[in-house]
Design a protein around this ligand. Structure first.
Ligand code: NAD
Length: 254
């Protein structure tokens, strides 16, 4: 178990959904936690509900100057940065030949470029503080393909690759970098989606934000020998495929 007393964490997209659950989980770990998000009203409400060890700062993850300012403010308020959770993300549904160039670029911009900017800004601070942990929230769409989610899948595969590259570069500085791959989770991002789409999974239900947050907490506080690693929280969705076998073939009498 790592001691984070006097250190800060920044969770992007922490105003709601998975990010808000991660903020609540990290706030229990002696960390001062900054929510970095575009949603001021929701972000402040989450911070207010969790007490003085949590605060909100407006952050657009695609803006490098904004990143520098928010990390400086986090360190001024709560101490040297120890944890960055790149969780902010957006989704756009569109086929390879129907999605617009603007939408494709925007998804890559927020989900991949935004996370890279965060790492680029945070790494010198983590290094100066003697180490830390970066958790990049990818997706099962960073492990397999999804029809009509090409931009999203490209961004999440990219984030997985970026995670491994960063892990290779930063281990000697005491900085661990891991990715998390949630399956379908009940959040505003999946609002209106039919829960029955999870019915063929080994665990046939959507997950809850707290189940992803528990994994992020584990990576941050317990997984001290893991870096460049993928942590899957998907109810078994990517475990493989079920094959339907005729009853008479189920056991052979050799
Ligand atoms: N919900 C799921 O089923 C699921 C599955 C796999 C992966 N994920 C990933 O988990 C992460 C969180 O998703 P969620 O389901 O909680 O979604 P959500 O839409 O509820 O929350 C995303 C948050 O990111 C913020 N955000 C968006 N663009 C931003 C920007 N430019 N700068 C700063 N903040 C920005 C939003 O304001 C929002 O608060 C995302 O990266 C998403 O891709 C979600």
């Amino acid at each position: 178990m790592t001691n984070f007393h006097g250190r800060s964490a920044l969770v992007t997209g922490g105003a709601r959904g998975i990010g808000a659950a991660v903020v609540a989980e990290l706030a229990k770990q002696q960390l001062g936690v900054v929510i970095g998000d575009l949603l001021e009203h929701d972000g402040r409400a989450v911070a207010d509900s969790l007490g003085p060890s949590v605060t909100f700062r407006r952050l657009d993850v695609t803006d490098e100057k904004n990143w520098r300012a928010v990390i400086s403010e986090a360190e001024a308020e709560f101490g040297p940065l120890a944890v960055l959770v790149n969780n902010a993300g957006i989704v756009d549904f569109g086929g390879v030949d129907s999605e617009t160039p603007t939408a494709f670029r925007h998804v890559l911009d927020v989900n991949l470029y935004g996370a890279w900017l965060g790492m680029r800004t945070a790494v010198p601070r983590l290094r100066a503080a003697g180490g830390g942990v970066i958790v990049n929230v990818s997706s099962t769409a960073g492990l397999v393909g999804y029809a009509d989610l090409g931009a999203y899948a490209a961004s999440k595969w990219g984030l997985r690759g970026l995670t491994k590259s960063a892990a290779l570069e930063l281990g000697h500085d005491g900085i661990r970098v891991c990715s998390v791959h949630p399956g379908p989770i009940h959040t505003p991002m999946t609002a209106g989606m039919d829960d029955s789409s999870a019915s063929t999974q080994p665990l046939p239900r959507f997950g809850e934000p707290e189940e992803v947050a528990a994994m992020v907490r584990f990576i941050v506080t317990e997984a001290t020998y893991s870096t460049g690693s993928e942590f899957v929280v998907d109810g078994g969705a990517t475990a493989g495929q079920v094959v339907t076998v005729p009853a008479e073939r189920r056991t052979e009498d050799w």
